[in-house]
Design a protein around this ligand. Structure first.
Ligand code: CTP
Length: 169
């Protein structure tokens, strides 16, 4: 199994909410007290509350490595650079209490996944109906060989970099 969804369209949250499911999953994965490595990838531009909640959930699952998209990758992917340059984004993300390490990510994800060797890759549920594996340039077999599971956690409604950008300019 490569994909797990928590909350929203995923596991029902009636019996205690998202945090309880996340905690349950974390306990199941932790072997002999060792925390699992959780990788989450993104640009984290104009760092906001939705990013913090995502990172908080990552931390509930294990040690958090952020694969922070480089300016060049963002420009290639979105056709324009981020508002905040890489070095400044890295300072902010690294200062978040839920983050253990920040790596620069300069491609779709496959290389950084191979470097970090996470047990889990966590992403917001805005990716749930899109092909996140294709985005990472991996497939189910590639993930299975490495024992990696993709976990979708609920997207925080009402805030995004795009919305902030549009509101400010
Ligand atoms: N994320 C989230 N809730 C939000 C915004 C982002 O859970 N309100 C999650 C995304 O699903 C992703 C991570 O945070 O796993 C980084 O997202 P990123 O694309 O950097 O931020 P966005 O605000 O979604 O940026 P944009 O508007 O440019 O898509």
């Amino acid at each position: 199994m490569n994909i797990l969804m928590i909350g929203q369209k995923g596991l029902p949250s009636r019996s205690g909410g998202v945090e309880r499911h996340v905690d349950f999953l974390a306990r199941g994965l932790a072997t002999r007290g060792h925390r699992v490595i959780v990788l989450t990838l993104g640009t984290f531009d104009l760092f906001h509350a939705g990013h913090v909640r995502l990172l908080e959930r990552c931390r509930l699952l294990g040690s958090v490595v952020v694969g922070l998209n480089s300016d060049a990758f963002v420009e290639r992917y979105k056709g324009r650079p981020p508002v905040v340059p890489y070095e400044a984004r890295a300072i902010v993300v690294a200062a978040c209490r839920y983050v253990d390490e920040v790596y620069e990510n300069d491609g779709p994800g496959r290389d950084i996944i191979d470097e970090v060797r996470p047990r889990l890759i966590v992403v917001g549920s805005d990716w749930q109906d899109r092909d996140y594996m294709a985005q990472l340039d991996v497939d189910a077999a590639w993930l299975s060989e490495r024992g990696i599971v993709i976990v979708y956690v609920p997207y925080t409604a009402g805030i995004s970099t795009t919305q902030l950008r549009e509101a400010a300019w």
